[in-house]
Design a protein around this ligand. Structure first.
Ligand SMILES: NC(=O)c1ccc[n+]([C@@H]2O[C@H](COP(=O)([O-])OP(=O)(O)OC[C@H]3O[C@@H](n4cnc5c(N)ncnc54)[C@H](O)[C@@H]3O)[C@@H](O)[C@H]2O)c1
Length: 343
């Protein structure tokens, strides 16, 4: 079985990828510093997969940590076939307060990961990029050839990260890279045993709504109800985290089979407004989500959704799960784990 090495492995998206990849026939080894995740994820992965996770705790910027991962993969699985690099800090607001920490962690981490790959002769990489690289989109739906820009240090780390990797590919044809631009990952594993567990006040809409539904927060603040959208609130493209994980498996297969790089959006192509999402979540949780309208936030756009056609034509991948499933699965996780992994 081919083996993949996941960085940021106990994080929200990577933990779902871990299970999805194992189901697709990959052996998995994970590395994480636990700066934004819980070691209890590993117990849940054991329960769900019936296998002890092969895991290294450490920072990807540490060359010795990366070497240990490759050595362990060699001992246990005969070597790494491809790397999936999720590890990053991801809070936009925090990145404005601590830009150097973001540059150091996200760009320093990426360089260290690539250096380790080169030392160990592995050149297939899946990179967690983001729709944030489109900045303020000029056209909708967003296609991959849209203009790129960054509006905050977090976005810069994704944009510069992509640029660094493209530079690497131009200099050395052995590198094959999948640049996956995620839209808004939401939802949770069907078991309700793993899901998104933000520390402090959630930065993203669905985890915030989930905490309102479970009674941890009194209401949802809706920033702006006078946008040029059907109900006046912001419209975004939400994608179920399991669809996203399946997109990564499709990308790994593409890299191995086509021996070529690719850049694709991972979204559904369908936008939902804040109020539509709150309503769907309330239906899933069978309770009302109180909303309070507040002024628009600077930098927010009215609508943002993907054109996902390229991912389908190149990789044969398409998101399958709708808003209802996203909310039902998120609620199963939130309601059975109201305190997240620490409960
Ligand atoms: N969730 C989103 O809305 C979203 C959207 C677009 C892109 N992304 C990207 O997807 C990736 C995964 O995001 P997520 O939502 O799962 O976030 P997450 O915070 O849940 O997971 C990231 C993991 O990386 C780990 N990590 C961070 N820096 C590290 C380092 N230097 N060494 C080792 N481990 C480190 C954290 O402990 C965490 O477990 C990130 O690169 C993020 O920027 C996320």
């Amino acid at each position: 079985m081919p083996c993949i090495l996941l960085t940021g492995a106990t994080g929200y998206i990577a933990s779902h990828m871990w299970l999805t990849a194992q189901e697709a026939g990959y052996d998995v080894i994970g590395v994480d510093s636990l700066v934004n995740s819980s070691p209890r994820v590993l117990d849940r992965l054991t329960t769900l997969s019936g296998r002890e996770p092969v895991f290294v705790q450490g920072d990807v910027r540490d060359a010795a940590v990366m070497d240990r991962c490759f050595e362990l993969a060699r001992e246990r699985f005969g070597g790494v076939q491809a790397m999936v690099h999720f590890a990053a800090l991801k809070a936009v607001g925090e990145s404005v307060e601590r830009p150097l920490d973001y540059f150091d962690n996200n760009l320093g981490g990426l360089l260290s990961v690539c250096q380790a790959m080169q030392r160990h002769g592995v050149f297939n990489l899946v990179f967690s990029s983001s729709a944030t690289v489109y900045g303020q989109p000029e056209r909708l739906p967003i296609t991959e050839d849209s203009p790129l820009s960054a509006t905050n240090p977090y976005g810069q780390t994704k944009l510069i990260g992509e640029e660094l990797l493209r530079g690497l590919e131009r200099c050395d044809a052995r590198w094959k890279i999948a640049y996956l631009r995620y839209f808004n990952p939401v939802g949770a594993h069907l078991s309700g045993l793993i899901g998104e567990d933000p520390r402090g006040i959630p930065n993203n809409l669905m985890p915030y709504v989930a905490q309102v539904a479970v009674g941890k927060r009194p209401h949802l603040n809706v920033f702006g109800n006078d946008y040029d959208t059907p109900d006046g609130t912001g419209v975004r493209d939400y994608i179920h985290v399991l669809d996203l994980a399946e997109g990564h498996v499709a990308a790994l297969r593409y890299l191995a089979d086509m021996n070529a790089s690719l850049t694709v959006n991972l979204g559904t192509g369908q936008g939902y407004s804040v109020l539509e999402l709150a309503q769907a979540y309330g239906d899933a949780a069978d309770r009302e989500i109180p909303v309070v309208f507040a002024p628009r936030r600077p930098g927010d756009v009215a609508a943002c959704y993907a054109d996902p056609a390229l991912a389908e034509s190149l990789m044969g991948w398409k998101a399958r799960r709708g808003l209802k499933e996203m909310c039902v699965d998120s609620w199963r996780w939130q309601s059975t784990n109201p305190q997240g992994f620490e409960g």
